[in-house]
Design a protein around this ligand. Sequence first.
Ligand code: AP5
Length: 222
Amino acid sequence: SVTEPLKVMISGAPASGKGTQCELIVQKFGLVHISTGDLLRAEVSSGTEIGNKAKEYMNAGRLVPDEIVTAMVTTRLSRADAKEKGWLLDGYPRTFTQAQSLEELNIKPDVYIVLDVPDETLIDRCIGRRLDPVTGKIYHLKNFPPDTEEIKARLVTRPDDTEEKVKSRLEIYKKNVEAVISTYSKLLRRVDGNRPKEVVFKEIDSLLSQVQKDKEKPAKLG
Ligand code: AP5
């Protein structure tokens, strides 16, 4: 087919389930997942220059400066796989300036998904979250415990997942969200993220399938 591949943005408060849904979206749609949080954590753990700069901001639950994150994202988006398979941008843009940077480069999504989850739930999800450093998979002590003792023993906690830092991340999210959303108001689709992950995915799945179908339709003449 000559249809261009899907371009998706997913946003939502800290722990709204972006990473969890992205795992499922990638499995089904084969998009290239670009998570600024994951990219930054990888830079931090390999001790690069970017990582060393980003670390203090991240550990404090604050945003990393726009220039650093934007350079990282635009580099990743320009690679061949993202152009061929389509992309799924997770956690970017997060400020008005970041959204404007993409607009200036004429990089636009087909759809902008926002996961809505109440504040109380977000705190609980962060406190219980654990990551598998080997596979990158996301777990939760209560909601999604790992299957084996071997995995359980190697799980790690994110340094920014304390109650205090989650509250600060949430505040920063709320301060920026309206300005970012205003850039994509025509493409905005709100999804209730306060449901079991399979139920949330079912809705996202049908949403993306529809967007994909619409892209395949030949443009109307006149
Ligand atoms: P980032 O990693 O993007 O953090 P975040 O936005 O705070 O989002 P999270 O990763 O915390 O949550 P999520 O929505 O992916 O939820 P998850 O699926 O894990 O960014 C980290 C930091 O990097 C930032 O604070 C900043 O410093 C920096 N940064 C990143 N992007 C930046 C940018 N653009 N500009 C500047 N700085 C940037 O789920 C959470 C938990 O809930 C898990 O335990 C999961 O198992 C569980 N869960 C998920 N779904 C469900 C469900 N449906 N029901 C029950 N439990 C669920």
